[in-house]
Design a protein around this ligand. Sequence first.
Ligand code: GDP
Ligand code: MG
Length: 443
Amino acid sequence: MLDRIREAVSKFTSKKKIDKRDLEELIKEIQRALILGDVNIKIVFEISEEIKKKIFEEKPENISLRDYTIKTIYEVLTKYLGKGDKTLELKKQKILLVGLYGTGKTTTAAKLGNYFKKRGLSVCLVCADVHRAGAYHQLKQLAEKIGVGFYGQENEKKVINILKKALQECKEDVIIVDSAGRDNVNEDLLKEIKEIHENINPDEILLVISADIGSIAKDVVEKFKETLPITGIIITKMDTSAKAGGALVSSYLTNAPILFIGTGEKIEDFEKFDSKRFVSRLLGMGDLETLLEKVKELEEEQKTIKEMIEKGEYNMYVFYEQLKATQKMGSFQKIMEMIPGMNMLGVKKEEIEEQEEKVKKWKYIFDSMTKEERLHPEIINSSRIARIAKGSGTKEEDVREMLKAYKMSEKIFKGMKSGKLLKDPRMKKILKMLPKDKIQGIM
Ligand code: GDP
Ligand code: MG
């Protein structure tokens, strides 16, 4: 599953030009990968719908489709494939492990005990599995191996009796209770873990789930969740299955973070789960962090521009935003002919195509300006002009021309604000043509 997503993303990002078809193909491929990775089909659908909605309806204009897509996929996958920003506190506490038979609860109890021991806390492992022959010895041996306390009663068949005694006897900081599992979630199991829960009142209830659980994960997880307030997830056997999707989604279903993953049979094969790292690896992007930061900055910038427009401020950002809006309206030519301000720029009808080319150039120029220059274009002196021209691969006269257009536009803008221009019958005609949301900012 992971490889497949990585490949699809890599194919997508290596494309020079991205269009809607590439995007749809990428989303389809992610869908396929998730389904093959045993993510429940309903959830796969939710995931892809959310990605689509974000990209097609919410993409800010100033962010490239490529960057925004990666960021969106990252965010949505992190949401569904495991929140992992929580770590267990290093304090005195009681932890209950629950899960199906054979998922690795007992092994995990020892791994977790070792984790706390290494961090300076004393630990007691409590065997609350009265069903499986050998459960007692298995946990006892593991406790001895890692050098932590153990409590259990080999011949006691009533779990509650064991736990009552255990709570009296164990003086350690961290008490980890290993409960019994079943082959599948049944009334018997749920009743038992509920009873255990009520008797020990644990600080953490960790659901242990195996990476190879498959698409039944959803049902299993939901039943556990209805019975107990799950506070965290541990996924075991990540080393044995490439289809961890079902298990990963358990975090989303329980609204509990994935805390650790088991990566082998040995005590040391245990890692803290870091969703950011996990999904970055999944997307196969080394520079994901940089990309996310960049996109975040641009998103904030876009928000600020909206606010500036609302407040009636004028600067290079607003100017550039207007240029883009005008271009987008399609009838650029018509509008150009009618806007009195554009005549003031000396743009003749024949020059309109040239003007469109210019706008492209202006984008590069805009990109080469500093934030301060965009906010206060009046500070752009000749040495700055030289720098901007160089940085954008344009000529100094191009930069000057853009600045001139900016100044003209500013004048129009201020004129509109004072209402003078709006009285011009030609202007009234134009405003009628424009979509309401586009002129709101200008007026
Ligand atoms: P329980 O029934 O839930 O208590 O499961 P156990 O702890 O007894 O583990 C069942 C089997 O899974 C054992 O053979 C463990 O060695 C193995 N196991 C547990 N965790 C992992 C893991 O992260 N990776 C691998 N490869 N095997 C594991
Ligand atoms: Mg066990």
